[in-house]
Design a protein around this ligand. Sequence first.
Ligand SMILES: C[S@@+](CC[C@H](N)C(=O)[O-])C[C@H]1O[C@@H](n2cnc3c(N)ncnc32)[C@H](O)[C@@H]1O
Length: 307
Amino acid sequence: MVEKVYVPPIKIQGIKTKLVGLISEAAYMDDTMVWFEPFMGSGVVGLNLAPKHAVFADTNPHVIAFYNGIKKGSINSYIVRGYLEKEGRLLAEKDEEHYYYVRDRFNEEHDPLDFLFLNRSCFNGMIRFNKNYKFNVPYGHKPERFAKAYVTKVVNQVKRLETIFPERDWKFKCQSFTDTIREATEADFVYCDPPYIGRHVDYYDSWDEEQEILLRDTLYASGAKFMLSTWDENKYRKNEYIHTVWKGCYKLNKEHFYHVGAKEENRNSMMEALLTNYDPATVPHQKNESYEQLSFVIPQMTKQVAG
Ligand SMILES: C[S@@+](CC[C@H](N)C(=O)[O-])C[C@H]1O[C@@H](n2cnc3c(N)ncnc32)[C@H](O)[C@@H]1O
């Protein structure tokens, strides 16, 4: 069970910081199995659970390049400090002119450090690309995010990874979820956090019913134990796919509150769900004892998984 959650240096929409504790309680993990995370995003889940063997993957090449940079040593806490201090000074001096200068440079050269800079200085920390795969989020107008204490925080986040990477057998791959899950065997564990169906679309991040079904079929074909993050319901809608595509899974819930604007009445809640293909009560280290099982029938494959 993870007690203290470390925040990674790259942030992403849909980051699961608040679910790390519950996921760590309900996931199977030991030193012999491989932890597969086909939609790693920021990596907050696996990087905190810190399995011995892992494959982290995503179709966003910039996230993968950043973590591979740390793994190979071309990115380290010393380099990150120097880089953020220098770019932070230029941002304080030239403000948005410098933001757009770095954004253009990133779109030409794809330097992972520029990706870190944009992730910190763009509007709302969003990661969004246009149809030509150019990063297109506008400036966030918060140059104070490069103040000394703030830079130190990011440097420490990188330092932690620098320390644990050599002790672990971790691979970072830029590939689609199907390629990642096909590497898993019955002895392994797959944690999936795909873009939420019906909720968000981006060029590295488009998701529809066909993808959701392909994900389910690929997961069952692997024979691995798996856990899937998805949304359950909010004030307006329910996620019907839980009862159709994912029928047969066990479900754990956690309520998540978020604000739209500053007013208290705009505080909305969203029920998050974790679906598993095994009974989480059988996980040796878990504490919770009551899980809802959606149905006792394991879903049939609706089509062959593409070969
Ligand atoms: C909801 S985010 C994952 C967030 C992550 N669990 C975290 O806590 O930071 C979904 C991720 O899936 C990636 N993605 C979208 N489509 C994909 C695909 N077909 N194969 C692999 N990754 C994909 C996106 O780039 C994004 O990083």
